[in-house]
Design a protein. Structure first.
Length: 307
């Protein structure tokens, strides 16, 4: 049965650990593994603009001995005349895997159901599992472990990063706190899934409208942009609702003294995070950005072994 990564809990706790262990080895020996030798081609499809996702997948596929085929939906039939499932059935005859950065999660689900090659969610409106693998790799590098650590996400609770933090971090046995305004709660089904996972891994889920309560004593503090692509017309309302959730120096000081700060980027300095925090000594955002490369290479190799 073909394996996909459409959302974070598509990996069991043991499988997530396997991918992260492989990412560590691949980072240490960047060009040692060539599962895409041939070169085999991987289709990397973009509905949205991208820097880190585009570069990390293109470079990573090349590192693995393959050839990245970058496709813009603006210049293809996908989303226009052709359904995701039909596109997948065409691509599977020519490529070894499909990576898609899109809007609706339903499109990814349809694509994966209709193909025999691995499909990877490179970002959707609901989840960002590739980013979370990179974030977990970064946390493990700086903290030495994942189980038992406390991670606090503050900002839009309905954000794809908040959802992925709930699922991926409980899978890793971490304690996840989400601090959010009442206008932007995380989806109830995602919270229920995270609580179920946490019950089996020793993690936990805490939801609060108090950003200080969320951050107090945390080992990791995370935020994301308040205005995602496609929601620019909501900027004024979002800034008003989220103003007290900015990761300022004062809020960061509520975390553990050795806490690290993460942000998936791009960042709006002065909005969701103060420049003094994101550019400060506790910020590990550049390690986090680099680790997209290593985590995604490991994920691709792991999925291809099971294709």
């Amino acid at each position: 049965m073909t394996r996909h990564l459409l959302k974070d809990d598509d990996l069991s706790p043991a499988e997530q650990a396997e991918v992260l262990d492989l990412a560590v080895r691949m980072k240490q020996d960047r060009w040692g593994a060539k599962p895409l030798a041939g070169p085999q081609t991987v289709a990397v499809i973009f509905d949205k603009s991208s820097t880190r996702t585009r570069v990390s997948f293109a470079v990573g596929i090349a590192d693995l001995g393959g050839s990245p085929l970058i496709i813009s939906t603006a210049n293809s039939q996908l989303g226009g005349k052709e359904t995701p499932s039909d596109t997948a059935r065409v691509l599977e005859r020519m490529v070894s895997a499909i990576v898609w950065r899109t809007y609706a999660q339903a499109g990814l689900d349809e694509m994966a159901a209709g193909t025999t090659v691995p499909v990877i969610n490179a970002l959707s409106d609901d989840f960002h599992p590739c980013q979370l693998l990179a974030d977990l790799l970064t946390i493990r590098e700086h903290k030495g472990r994942l189980p038992g650590l406390t991670v606090a996400f503050v900002g839009d609770g309905a954000d794809n990063m908040a959802h992925s933090y709930l699922l991926a971090c409980t899978t890793a046995g971490m304690h996840v706190r989400i601090g959010f305004p009442e206008q932007y709660p995380p989806h109830a089904d995602v919270v229920a899934d995270a609580e179920r996972i946490a019950a089996g891994t020793g993690g936990s889920v805490t939801l609060t409208h108090d950003p200080t309560e969320a951050v107090r004593g945390a080992d990791v503090v995370v935020t994301d942009t308040w205005v995602s692509m496609g929601r620019e017309d909501e900027k004024e309302a979002r800034v008003a609702a989220l103003a007290t959730y900015k990761v300022s120096e004062a809020l960061m000081a509520e975390a553990a003294p050795d806490a690290v700060f993460l942000h998936c980027l791009p960042a709006d300095r002065g909005y969701e995070v103060a420049p003094e925090v994101i550019d400060g000594p506790q910020s590990v955002i550049w390690d986090e950005a680099e680790n997209r490369l290593h985590a995604q290479k490991a994920l691709l190799a792991w999925l291809l072994e099971r294709a």
